[in-house]
Design a protein around this ligand. Structure first.
Ligand code: COA
Length: 327
């Protein structure tokens, strides 16, 4: 036994995206919008849409299989599978169970997490605590969504924003005083429960709203997003004894380039230290951060010793940030 602290590092990542691309030009034919408006106000050029019969579990399984392969672990070494999603195949069984079956992760506990777009960070925090406490060694955290199933395709305020996709990361035990997950800040503000809702998705009926689709107050959500993402990032850095000057890469939730720009500006981070891929996928809710993490690694934007901050907000409100010294 070394005298080092037990913490977690990310040992593998994966992503899965549906083939079908829905471009702004196609949306122009569906609602009263324009490529110019969407590009300037939100920063999205296209998003992926699941094929008929392609569900959240399918994307989650593909992303998870890639993350597992990169980690070099066998499926039976995974102790816990967490799937952050707001669009599960069904409320139960949890999607995590379907992933467990497909991978053959016979020794894993399974649970879905409902924390909207912040779900991956909540999942990562559970993974970190389980590993830090010595209870578990390897936790698979997945963010997966089929947002196209809950979008009102006649509502231009929301239908342009969202896309489908999944990302996954394996958190593994690592002994170090300086590397791996350094800190976490989780938060919520239930006073703003009505800003972003998915009515008719649970036991409470909303007879005034026909069907099940996202309802959002965009402007106020925007303001809350900037404030809470900024404050969470600062808190997580403070907990780790760091400031934004130490950050090598920020991976923010991909909801709007103007939100990302405002948070980065407040943190004093130049563009090259901020990962943005919203143009390609839109807002994939709980999947944005693990997809972006996967692409940041593909693009060699992270090397050992770098300070990475992942930072998200979502309906609820929920918010959270995690600081990691990359290893
Ligand atoms: N195409 C063209 N025009 C649109 C449009 C669209 N898709 N959506 C809205 N507009 C119009 C509005 O009707 C409004 O027109 P008006 O001035 O004639 O009334 C105008 O554009 C401005 O609307 P507004 O809502 O003030 O725009 P905005 O700059 O706030 O951008 C959002 C709207 C939704 C892009 C922005 O508020 C946002 O990103 N909010 C956060 C949403 C979010 O992150 N949700 C997910 C949380 S995880």
């Amino acid at each position: 036994m070394s005298g080092c602290k037990l913490t977690a590092r990310v040992s593998g990542v994966g992503k899965a995206l549906p083939e079908r691309r829905l471009t702004n030009a196609e949306l122009e034919k569906m609602v009263d919008t324009s490529d110019e408006w969407i590009t300037q106000r939100v920063g999205i050029k296209e998003r992926r849409i699941a094929a008929e019969g392609e569900y959240t579990s399918h994307l989650a399984i593909r992303a998870a299989a890639d993350a597992l392969e990169m980690s070099g672990l066998k499926a039976d070494e995974i102790d816990l599978i967490l799937v952050a999603t707001s669009t599960p195949d069904m409320v139960y069984p949890p999607v995590a169970c379907l992933v467990q079956k497909a991978l053959g992760a016979v020794n894993a506990g399974v649970m879905d997490i409902s924390a909207a777009c912040t779900g991956f960070i909540y999942g990562g925090s559970i993974a970190w605590s389980m590993i830090r406490s010595g209870l578990m060694r390897h936790v698979l955290v997945i963010g997966a969504e089929i947002n196209s199933s809950v979008v009102d395709w006649k509502d231009r305020d929301t239908c342009i924003l969202f896309g489908d996709g999944a990302g996954a990361a394996v958190f593994s035990a690592h002994e170090s005083d300086t590397e791996g997950v350094l800190s976490i800040k989780l938060g919520g503000d239930g006073r703003f429960d009505e800003l972003l809702c998915l009515p008719n998705s649970g036991c409470r009926p909303f007879p005034e709203i026909s069907g099940r689709h996202i309802v959002m107050q965009g402007n106020e959500t925007f303001k809350q997003a900037v404030r809470n993402m900024y404050e969470c990032a600062v808190s997580a850095l403070e907990c780790a004894g760091l400031t934004s000057a130490d950050v090598s890469l920020l991976i923010p939730h991909q909801a709007n380039t103007r939100i990302i720009g405002a948070v980065s500006k407040r943190l004093g981070l130049p563009d090259e230290k901020v990962f943005v891929n919203i143009a390609d996928y839109g807002n994939t809710s709980a999947a944005t951060i693990p997809i972006a993490l996967c692409e940041a690694l593909e693009q060699k934007r992270l090397k050992r010793g770098d300070v990475l901050v992942i930072d998200a907000f979502g309906a609820g409100l929920t918010f959270g940030a995690m600081a990691i010294r990359w290893v």
